[in-house]
Write a protein that binds this ligand. Structure first.
Ligand code: HDE
Length: 712
C-alpha cells in the first residue's frame, strides 16, 4: 500500500526513483548485443585473417568494444574527487511558512526525494577514505519547484574568506606538482607555506587537525552549509540563515594511527560502511537544523556574519531542528549516479536566496563552470541523476549529448508564433525573484575590516575542546608540520598559533624541532562553545561492529548470551578465527567463521569480545595475530569485553600491567578504562549491559596517556 502522500504536483519520496526507472537496464538472461542492438555471437576472439593472422578492420564488434573502453573515463572532480552517494528523502517537522516560502519546507506529510554525496576534498578518485581531510556533504533535494542543492562540508567554516584564493589553497594542498607527492594529504611544505602566509586559515586548521578531520563514518558526521544564506517568506521578509545536518548517531571519529592503518587495510572503509548500513536497513538519519538571524541583527556580533571563516556559536544563536533526512537506498550504478551527479550552490528554489558572503559569490560561478568540462557540455542536467522532477521548459537547444527532442520551431522569447510559450512565470506563479538587496559601493579589491580578526574564533574553538581533543590536535600538528622540510615554515607555524594560544604554540614546537616562542601570547579569549566539542555528542552502541575472537572449544552459552544482547542493540558481531570454515564449541555446537586474521584487522572494529572456553583461549594465547589484535584495539581506546577464560587472554596481553594496577585474578580490573570483564557465569547479563555501555562511549580516552607504551 502506498502510504506516502503526494503533494500538489505529485512529487514524493518515490518520484525520483520512478523517474530513474526509465533509465535502468537489467541484463538478466538477455543475449549480448552491440550498441546498435545487433546480437553478438562471439566476443572472445577478434576477427582475424587465419587463426595466427592479423586482425581485420571490418571487425566492427572489436572496434566498438575497444573504442568505448578507451573513452570510459571522465575527468575526476578537481576537488572532492572521491565520494560515495545514496538516495533518500527529507521531511520537514512543521511548516516553516513564517520563515520561507520554499514548498518543500511547508508540509510535514511530503517526503522530498534527495540524493547525497559524501566526499573527501584533496585526494584523487582512487585515494583512501580515511585520510585527514574535510568531508563534503552535498545534498540534492528534488523538489516540486526544481532542484535545491545544499552543498556543504562536515566543518562549519572554510579555509579562506574570498573565492579568488581557492585555486591557490587547492594548488598548495594537492600533491606537489613536480613529483605528484603526497597523495591526499596536507602534510607537506607547499600547504604549510600557503598557510603561514595566510592567517585567515588559522581557525580552519584547528578544525582540520581536530577529530573532525577523520570521521568514523559518514553516518556519524555533521554537515554544514558553511556560507550564510537567506530565507524569504511569502511576505517578502528576509532573514539570514546557516544550515546544519545533525546525525542521530552522534559525531564520532577515528584515532589517527588507526585511520592510517585503515587506509591500507580497507581504503573503502567509509564508503563500505555507508553501503552496508543501508543494505542492512540501518538507514543513516540526519536532522536539518537552521540558525536564523533577523536582518537587524546583522552587526550584533563580534564577527562578521558573512565571513565564512567564522561559525555562529550555537550558544549565541540556537540551532532549530526543522526536519529529518533518511538515506534508504544505495545507488544502482556508481558511475551513472555518484560520479555524474552535479551539485551547484546556485540551484535554489523560491524562498532561499544568497548573501554577499564573498566565498559563496565565487562558488556561484565555479560549480556550473566545472560541470561543463567534467560532464562534457551544457546538457548535464539531462543525465538521469541530475534531472529535476519538476518539469523543464526552456528555449535552450542543441549542444553535446542533447537527449530531449524539443518540438516546434520556436526557441526564443518573446515570440508570437507560439503565443510566447514557455512564458516567464510571475512570482505568484512560482517564478524565482531575487531578493532586492540594496547594494552600494566603490569598485575595490579589498576586504572589509570586519573580516580582519583571524584569531579570536580559533581561540574560542581551542577553548571548547576537551583535554583528549586538545591532545589529538597537538599530535596532528606534530604529524602534519613534522613532515614539513623547511624549518622557517615550521617556525612560522609556531608563531601563528602563538597568536591563538601561547601554550598551544609551546606544545606544537615541542614535537617539530623548532624553538618554543619566547613570549607566550594570551589574546584574552576565555569563551568556549560546548556544542563544537565531540565530547558532548550523542553516544550509542547501535550499528557498531564488534570483533569476536574465538577458536575451537569456545564457550557456546557465553557467546550466545552476548550475541542476543548485541542483536537487541543492533550491534554487529563478526566471528574471527585463525582459519575460515566451521568451529566447534566445548559442547559441540557449530559456528561459522566470517574472517581470519589475514582478511581483517582490529582497526576495522569498534570493540572486541573474547568469550571463554579453555581450549579456545589456550589456542588464542599462542597466536601472535590475536594478541596484536587485542593490543591494537586497546591502544585505539576501544571497548574490550572478556568473559571467564577470556579474561586470561587480556592478562596474557599484559593490558593490566601497562594500564591500571589490577588484581591478579583479572576480575573487573580494567572497567573504568572501557575494558569489561566477568568471571561469574551468573553475571553474564549485567556484563553484557556494561560492555554495551562501554561500546556506546565510542572511545575510552583515559587510556591515551599510556597508549605509546602499548605493544601494537
Ligand atoms: Fe566546493 N567545489 N568550492 N566547497 N565543493 C566543488 O564542484 C569551490 C567550498 C563542496 O559531491 C567543485 O562539482 C570554490 C565550500 C562539495 O559533487 C568546484 C570554492 C564548501 C563539493 C568547487 C569552494 C564546498 C564541492 C569541484 C571557494 C562547503 C563536492 C567539483 C570559494 C560549503 C560536490 C564540482 C560533489 C565541489 C568550487 C569552497 C563544498 C571546483 C570555488 C566552502 C561538498 O566547482
Amino acid at each position: 500500500m502506498d502510504t506516502v502522500q503526494k503533494n500538489q504536483s505529485g512529487v514524493n519520496e518515490n518520484t525520483k526513483n520512478e523517474q530513474l526507472e526509465i533509465f535502468r537496464v537489467g541484463h538478466d538472461k538477455e543475449p549480448l548485443t552491440s550498441n546498435q542492438g545487433l546480437k553478438v555471437s562471439h566476443t572472445d576472439d577478434s576477427l582475424k585473417a587465419g587463426t595466427r593472422g592479423p586482425t581485420l578492420m571490418e571487425d566492427f564488434h572489436f572496434r566498438e568494444k575497444i573504442t568505448h573502453f578507451d573513452h570510459e573515463r571522465i575527468p575526476e572532480r578537481v576537488v572532492h574527487a572521491r565520494g560515495a552517494g545514496a538516495h533518500g528523502y527529507f521531511q520537514v517537522y512543521e511548516s516553516l511558512a513564517d520563515l520561507t516560502k520554499a514548498k518543500f519546507l511547508q508540509d510535514p506529510a511530503v517526503k522530498t526525494p534527495v540524493f547525497v554525496r559524501f566526499s573527501t576534498v584533496v585526494g584523487s578518485r582512487g585515494s583512501a577514505d580515511t585520510v585527514r581531510d574535510v568531508r563534503g556533504f552535498a545534498t540534492k533535494f528534488y523538489t516540486e519547484e526544481g532542484n535545491y542543492d545544499l552543498v556543504g562540508n562536515n566543518i562549519p567554516i572554510f579555509f579562506i574568506q574570498d573565492a579568488i584564493k581557492f585555486p591557490d589553497i587547492v594548488h598548495s594542498i594537492k600533491p606537489e606538482p613536480d613529483k605528484e607527492i603526497p597523495q591526499a594529504s596536507a602534510a607537506h611544505d607547499t600547504f604549510w607555506d600557503f598557510m603561514v602566509n595566510n592567517s585567515e586559515l588559522a581557525h580552519m586548521i584547528l578544525w582540520l587537525l581536530s577529530d573532525r578531520g577523520i570521521p568514523r563514518s559518514f553516518r556519524m558526521m555533521e554537515g554544514f552549509g558553511v556560507n550564510t544564506f537567506r530565507l524569504i517568506n511569502e511576505q517578502g521578509q528576509a532573514r539570514f540563515v546557516k544550515f546544519h545536518w545533525k546525525p542521530l548517531l552522534g559525531v564520532h571519529s577515528l584515532v589517527w594511527d588507526e585511520a592510517q592503518i585503515i587506509a591500507g587495510k580497507d581504503p573503502d572503509f567509509n564508503r563500505g560502511d555507508l553501503w552496508n548500513a543501508i543494505e542492512d536497513g540501518e538507514f543513516p538519519e540526519y536532522e536539518l537544523g537552521i540558525q536564523v538571524l533577523e536582518q537587524e541583527q546583522e552587526f550584533d556580533f563580534n564577527f562578521d556574519i558573512l565571513d565564512p571563516t567564522k561559525f555562529w556559536p550555537e550558544e549565541l544563536i540556537p540551532v532549530r531542528r526543522i526536519g529529518k533526512m533518511t538515506l534508504n537506498r544505495n545507488v544502482d550504478n556508481f558511475f551513472a549516479e555518484t560520479e555524474q551527479v552535479a551539485f551547484h550552490p546556485a540551484n535554489v528554489v523560491p524562498g532561499i536566496d544568497f548573501t554577499n558572503d564573498p566565498l559563496l559569490q565565487g562558488r556561484l560561478f565555479s560549480y556550473l563552470d566545472t560541470q561543463l568540462i567534467r560532464l562534457g557540455g551544457p546538457n548535464f542536467h539531462e543525465i538521469p541523476i541530475n534531472r529535476p522532477v519538476a518539469p523543464v521548459h526552456t528555449n535552450q537547444r542543441d549542444a553535446y549529448h542533447r537527449m530531449t527532442i524539443d518540438k516546434g520551431k520556436v526557441s526564443y522569447s518573446p515570440n508570437m508564433l507560439q503565443e510566447n510559450q514557455p512564458h516567464p512565470a510571475s512570482e505568484l506563479e512560482g517564478g524565482y525573484v531575487h531578493y532586492e538587496e540594496r547594494v552600494d559601493g566603490r569598485k575595490v579589491r579589498e576586504r572589509s575590516s570586519s573580516f580582519k580578526d583571524h584569531y579570536s574564533q580559533a581561540a574560542l574553538f581551542w577553548n571548547s575542546m576537551s583535554d583528549p581533543e586538545k591532545q589529538h590536535i597537538i599530535e596532528a600538528f606534530h604529524f602534519e608540520v613534522g613532515k614539513v622540510k623547511n624549518k622557517t615554515i615550521k617556525e612560522r607555524v609556531v608563531d601563528m598559533f602563538n597568536q591563538v594560544n601561547g601554550q598551544l604554540a609551546i606544545d606544537i614546537a615541542s614535537g617539530i624541532g623548532v624553538p618554543a616562542p619566547t613570549v607566550a601570547c594570551d589574546i584574552g579569549i576565555t569563551e568556549s562553545s560546548a556544542a563544537v566539542s565531540q565530547a558532548n555528542t550523542t553516544k550509542l552502541a547501535n550499528t557498531r561492529r564488534i570483533a569476536v575472537l574465538v577458536e575451537n572449544g569456545y564457550n557456546h552459552n557465553e557467546l550466545l548470551q552476548l550475541m542476543e544482547a548485541f542483536k537487541l542493540t543492533a550491534v554487529h558481531p563478526v566471528i574471527i578465527s585463525k582459519q575460515q570454515g566451521m568451529l566447534s564449541s566445548s559442547d559441540s555446537h557449530q559456528l561459522e567463521v566470517q574472517e581470519n586474521y589475514h582478511t581483517t584487522s582490529s582497526v576495522l572494529y569498534d570493540a572486541v569480545y573474547i568469550p571463554g572456553g579453555q581450549q579456545s583461549i589456550e589456542s588464542l594465547m599462542t597466536h601472535g595475530y590475536a594478541l596484536h589484535f587485542i593490543n591494537q584495539a586497546f591502544k585505539h581506546c576501544k571497548a574490550i569485553g572478556a568473559s571467564n577464560e577470556g579474561v586470561d587472554m587480556l592478562i596474557e596481553c599484559k593490558l593490566g600491567e601497562i594500564s591500571l594496577a589490577g588484581s591478579s585474578d583479572g576480575s573487573q580490573v580494567f572497567s573504568d578504562a572501557g575494558v569489561v570483564t566477568v568471571r561469574n557465569a551468573n553475571q553474564m547479563s549485567s556484563f553484557a549491559d556494561e560492555f554495551l555501555e562501554s561500546i556506546a562511549q565510542h572511545r575510552h580516552w583515559c587510556r591515551q596517556a599510556i597508549k605509546e607504551m602499548v605493544r601494537a
